[in-house]
Design a protein around this ligand. Structure first.
Ligand code: NAP
Length: 224
């Protein structure tokens, strides 16, 4: 679907995806439907500057590829992984704007807390000029405290019950030996199992590359 001016509508799904789960997938599909997006590009964060001990980017990239492969409207970008250095959304959006030019309207989708963090970090005008933002929350979330209304119609909120699932909970479950079946796609569960991700104490196997992937995707370069 195109917007009023005939441009393609491109959803950019930003996240650390450590790991990606069904809540993310439901949110992306709901955003696609509600906003008439032609495509949703998942962009796993290369090195989230505000976080320590994140699973190596190549693992998170492959998990995202596996999770999205069956939806023809979903794709995955290595943009932030290959860029290296700390990940800033404004840089990503500018790169996508340069690439797509005026032919595409960009809508950045992520969690509501992260939207607020992005827009209060620096240069909100530049961010809001470059893209619209879709803040995904779970229904009982207190939106009042975010005060997203001040950004006008450039920021929209979508409520996604499936976001009761969280990456933090998935990691904890794996560590405790509890099931993650039905919370993540089967391919994601299989990869986590095969690579023995999230088995050690929270924080083990972080960005120092101590848990590097041994398989596909490595040759494409590792931004960590
Ligand atoms: P986070 O702070 O770890 O997540 C905040 C909340 O949002 C969590 O509940 C998280 O759940 C949820 N969430 C994260 N991504 C989501 C998505 N795509 N859809 C729905 N819910 C989502 O957020 P993060 O993953 O580090 O960052 C999210 C995005 O914002 C990334 O693209 C990141 O690069 C960007 N970001 C940019 C800046 C900046 O440029 N200054 C600052 C902060 C974040 P889960 O843990 O279950 O995902």
């Amino acid at each position: 679907m195109t917007d009023e001016s005939g441009r393609r509508r491109l959803g950019i799904m930003g996240g650390t995806f450590d790991p990606i789960h069904n809540g993310h997938l439901v949110a992306a599909e709901e955003a696609r439907w509600q906003f008439g997006l032609d495509e949703v590009v998942f962009v796993p964060a290369g090195r989230p500057w505000q976080k320590r001990d994140v699973t190596p980017a190549e693992d998170r990239y492959l998990l995202t590829m596996l999770a999205t492969a069956r939806n023809p409207h979903f794709s995955v970008s290595r943009l932030e992984i290959d860029r290296g250095g700390p990940t800033y959304t404004l840089e990503t959006l500018r790169a996508l704007r340069d690439f797509h030019g005026a032919d595409a309207e960009l809508l950045f989708i992520t969690g509501a807390d992260a939207v607020l963090e992005i827009l209060t970090w620096k240069d909100p005008e530049a961010l809001l000029d470059t893209a619209r933002f879709i803040a995904a929350t779970r229904p009982e979330y207190d939106l009042g405290r975010l005060d997203l209304g001040r950004f006008g119609d450039r920021v929209s909120v979508i409520q996604i019950p499936a976001l009761a699932i969280s990456s933090t909970d998935i990691r904890r479950r794996v560590r405790e030996g509890r099931p993650i079946q039905y919370l993540v796609p089967p391919e994601v569960a299989a990869y986590i199992d095969e690579r023995q991700l999230y088995r050690g104490p929270e924080g083990a196997g972080g960005q120092d590359g101590s848990s590097k992937p041994s398989g596909a995707g490595q040759e494409a370069g590792d931004g960590d």
